[in-house]
Design a binder for this molecule. Structure first.
Ligand code: ATP
Ligand code: MG
Length: 336
């Protein structure tokens, strides 16, 4: 990974095959204007004017935790790939250099650690790097939280003949002291004072950390899970946004397809925030009036966005989320 130093205030994280800036410029006719755009975006991000798209942003700005390093091996395009992260990072590189693969890896870890997903629900054998014959995949992340440093490592083993996979190692350390250690089918949990609990056999298909409930004596582990659950990892795809929600979701899907289910959840908890959102959108989107979740069946709500009509027409007109243009949908979800 190289850092751009053209603007000392701004760090642009570049990764992938290109070895330096010159090479990226040669490969990408538009890269300079793209970089200038990125710098503008970062400046606006820092002023909180817009949210980001494919990047972990506000990495430590408004939270007390920060992801400082990611390591991914034998997953999609990424082989022995390490990424050091600053407060704000933008992943820039040619098409197909692996930017979205990084997000997919992060999303995968989040689903395992915080949503108790089964390993074969969130990955498949196709996720092994196509040109590697090794069967093991490795994921690591470092996170600083308050004054503490967490290190998390996960190793997955694939059985290519049976098309099965299992977790063969999962380790979480807090300031270099283990607080959870799973290997060879046995899990070892540690109290907050690092003293050991009895070892217990555990299922190879789930993250052991993901299945542990918060307790008074595992607050270090619980804080780690809470921090991971706060990552918003999205690579938005407006045509996939569904206008209807049959239930609430507390998290956003990778392509934000469940945006309305998530909005249903956050709008219940934060009415004040929703009013501020409306004010923002009135400035950003010409004619925008308000958003409503309209009952459209048993327990189903449909997102309708009202726009002000012209002088002669009705005062406001409703449109379903999937009737807005792609750009309008993006504006709406990013402001939220
Ligand atoms: N299992 C796999 N093994 C190796 N490479 C893969 C695998 N699956 C997909 N790829 C390739 O990985 C490359 C990186 O894909 P990725 O989506 O991460 O690129 P990107 O940097 O996000 O590109 P873009 O700028 O076009 O969105 C692509 O060329 C893709 O075809
Ligand atoms: Mg991509």
């Amino acid at each position: 990974m190289n850092k751009y130093d053209s603007d000392k205030d701004i760090d642009l994280a570049i990764y992938g095959d290109p070895k330096d800036r010159t090479r990226i410029e040669q490969h990408h006719e538009n890269s300079l204007s793209c970089l200038e755009e990125c710098q503008k975006i970062i400046k606006r991000l820092r002023k909180n004017e817009i949210p980001s798209t494919e990047i972990p942003v506000n990495n430590g700005k408004s939270h007390d935790f920060r992801l400082t390093r990611l390591y991914i091996d034998n997953f999609l395009f990424l082989v022995n790939f390490a990424l050091e992260l600053d407060e704000t990072n933008i992943l820039v590189g040619p098409n197909g250099c692996g930017k979205t693969s990084v997000l997919k890896a992060l999303s995968l870890l989040q689903q395992l650690i915080t949503r108790s997903a089964r390993i074969d629900e969130v990955m498949s054998m196709e996720d092994l790097t196509r040109w590697q014959s090794r069967n093991e995949q490795r994921f690591e992340l470092n996170l600083t939280l308050h004054e503490s440093i967490y290190h998390y490592a996960l190793v997955i083993e694939h059985d290519r003949d049976r098309r099965r996979m299992r977790i063969i190692k999962e380790l979480l350390t807090h300031n270099d002291q283990p607080i959870f250690d799973f290997r060879d089918g046995n899990a070892q949990l540690y109290h907050d004072d690092y003293s050991q609990e009895p070892e217990y056999p555990f299922n190879w298909s789930y993250s052991g950390i993901g299945t542990l409930n918060a307790r008074l004596d595992n607050q270090k582990l619980t804080e780690f899970k809470r921090a991971i659950s706060k990552f918003i990892i999205v690579s938005s795809c407006p045509p996939l946004f569904q206008a209807e929600a049959r239930r609430e979701d507390s998290f956003l899907g990778l392509h934000m397809e469940n945006f309305v289910r998530w909005y249903r959840h956050v709008s219940q908890k934060n009415m004040g925030g929703i009013l501020m959102l409306f004010e923002d959108l009135r400035e950003a989107m010409p004619g925008f009036d308000s958003i409503k979740l309209i009952e459209s069946g048993e327990s189903t709500r449909t997102m309708k966005i009202r726009f002000r009509g012209g002088d002669k027409g009705p005062k406001t007109m409703p449109f379903r989320l999937d009737e807005l243009s792609d750009g309008q949908r993006l504006l709406g979800v990013f402001h939220t």
